[in-house]
Design a protein around this ligand. Structure first.
Ligand SMILES: Cc1cc2nc3c(=O)[nH]c(=O)nc-3n(C[C@H](O)[C@H](O)[C@H](O)COP(=O)(O)O)c2cc1C
Length: 209
């Protein structure tokens, strides 16, 4: 019998630094038994190759196979869509997923989403999430920020988008890069209402384990 997964979450990786955040998010969603729909921009592939050891094929079908193996996902748990795959479910309000996260989010994609450009499938899927009033979370990484970046973030925040900058805290005393990555991924999962054990919530009673 085919496995049943929780409602799909769309994850788009764009060409900002911090590919690890997006890849870890996909892993965490798989571990939470959610179906994951993935889009990776051309620039994101370049960043992934620069920042990680992951070797991810460009073609969506092969990419899905590679991510399924990498994340230990079940058959069909991860689906991938290409830049102009307008027949993909994320391209339409009638087929879109429960929530979308752009992680990391380049300032280019931030700007395109704020303007409703829809020039590629990532931008279109975000536009669909906005028009359907679905959860949309953007994880930008840039520093310093220009007035243009800030205005786009304010525009989107006013539309109900969660702008969650990739700015890990240090109060949990991270010992590794993975700890810092998990800090951000835990924040994203909190926003999605998905249980996780990446790090304890602030003020939570210590576990008995
Ligand atoms: C190694 C590398 C790191 C980059 N880091 C950032 C970054 O942190 N933030 C950002 O907004 N753009 C960054 N860029 C530039 C974007 O990749 C570029 O603007 C691209 O057009 C974004 O396209 P996309 O939004 O379709 O992925 C980086 C590019 C490379 C190659």
């Amino acid at each position: 019998m085919a496995e049943v997964f929780g409602p799909p979450v769309t994850v788009a990786l764009t060409g900002a630094s911090g590919a690890q955040y997006g890849l870890r998010l996909i892993e965490a969603l798989v571990a939470a038994n959610r179906e994951v729909w993935v889009m990776i921009s051309k620039a994101a592939h370049l960043v992934i190759a620069t920042e990680t050891e992951a070797e991810l094929p460009a073609r969506p079908e092969r990419l899905a196979e590679t991510l399924i193996e990498r994340c230990g996902a079940g058959p069909g748990q991860i689906r991938c869509f290409g830049r102009e795959d307008w027949m993909a479910p994320v391209a339409s309000g009638s087929g879109a997923s429960s929530a979308m996260v752009i992680c990391p989010c380049s300032t280019g994609t931030l700007s395109a989403v704020a303007c409703g450009a829809s020039n590629n499938l990532i931008e279109r899927a975000a536009d669909v999430a906005l028009k359907e009033r679905r959860r949309l979370i953007l994880v930008p990484r840039e520093t310093p920020l220009s007035a243009i970046h800030l205005e786009h973030m304010l525009t989107l925040t006013r539309q109900g988008v969660v702008v969650l900058p990739a700015a890990p805290g240090f109060y949990h005393r991270p010992a590794t890069v993975a700890d810092m990555v998990d800090f951000i991924v835990a924040r994203i999962l909190n926003q999605l209402g998905i249980e996780h054990r990446l790090m304890p919530r602030w003020g939570a009673a210590p576990s008995a384990e």
